[in-house]
Design a protein around this ligand. Structure first.
Ligand SMILES: Nc1ncnc2c1ncn2[C@@H]1O[C@H](COP(=O)(O)OP(=O)(O)OP(=O)(O)O)[C@@H](O)[C@H]1O
Ligand SMILES: [Mg+2]
Length: 262
């Protein structure tokens, strides 16, 4: 359950560094980060707010580029692709699921799910087959003519999942997909993700703050100060921090004691 995995890796991230400049100040979010993800693995990614989880997913999906380092996914060197290459590659290989669904309000469920397919050279009949398959998989065939505003949060997220899988991508990245849902709908969504992994052999990377959601993953990594650590290492770091905090809190009193002794 560490930072390595058994079996064939589908994703290799090597020494990736990413910083942002804000108000003239440079903040390094990811520092020399490395990770391997196995083919068909369900990986949970946790970490404090602002630790860089979304930044990492964006690099994986080719929505942003690392400053240095290499991302290789399913044989493709993502960190070296041009914008045009990235757009096609992303559509075919990555399914992105967002916390707030990102559905277009004027389109119905069917049309929202169809969107990624419009970027691929597919005929209308083929598109229709794929959209109906994806909607069936998430159990929303009977809601396909509804617009997002006419659907519950859980149903909207299921449309989001159908849109993510409609191109049959190898890798599904989900950024807090249950963060805005009640526990019952969250459970449904997590079950669906497990189904995608076990039934369709998708590789899944799930960002979550919810330990119960993370429990569904086979392996959990924590983003901590720009690096990925496993749970045991995180525990150790936390204990060291606590220890340090206690020592520094005690130090002034210690000084007075010494003075008094003198
Ligand atoms: N485009 C950007 N420009 C400047 N700073 C950015 C940009 N994107 C992210 N950051 C900064 O990078 C850091 C990491 O952000 P990120 O969104 O990856 O965190 P996160 O772990 O996803 O947090 P949360 O759990 O709140 O979603 C934050 O300090 C954020 O302000
Ligand atoms: Mg985030």
């Amino acid at each position: 359950m560490g930072l390595t995995m058994a079996g064939q890796a589908i994703m290799h991230i090597r020494n990736v560094t990413k910083s942002f400049t804000r108000g003239g100040e440079k903040i390094t979010v990811l520092k020399n980060l490395s990770l391997e993800v196995g083919e068909g693995e369900f990986l949970g990614l946790m970490g404090p707010s602002g630790s860089g989880k979304t930044t990492l997913l964006n690099l994986i999906a080719g929505l942003d580029r690392p400053d240095t380092g290499e991302l290789r996914i399913g044989g493709a060197l993502v960190s070296q692709m041009t914008e045009a290459q990235l757009a096609t590659w992303r559509t075919r290989n990555i399914g992105f699921i967002f916390q707030f669904y990102h559905l277009l309000p004027v389109l119905n469920a069917y049309e929202n799910v169809e969107l990624p397919l419009l970027l691929l050279p597919l005929g209308a009949a083929q598109r229709r087959t794929q959209v109906l398959t994806a909607l069936d998989l998430v159990g929303l065939t009977d809601r396909m003519h509804h617009r997002p505003g006419q659907l519950s949060g859980g149903q909207q997220q299921r449309v989001g999942i159908a849109r993510a899988i409609v191109t049959d991508p190898t890798l599904i990245v989900a950024d807090e997909p249950t963060g805005d849902l009640d526990s019952r709908s969250a459970e449904d969504i997590l079950n669906l993700l497990v189904e995608l992994q076990k039934g369709l052999r998708k590789t899944i990377m799930l960002v979550t703050h919810d330990p119960r959601a993370a429990d569904r993953a086979e392996r959990i990594v924590h983003l901590e100060k720009g690096q990925l650590v496993d749970a045991a290492t995180l525990d150790q770091l936390r204990r060291q921090e606590l220890d340090h905090a206690l020592r520094t809190a005690v130090a002034p009193a210690g000084d007075t004691n010494i003075q008094r002794a003198n």
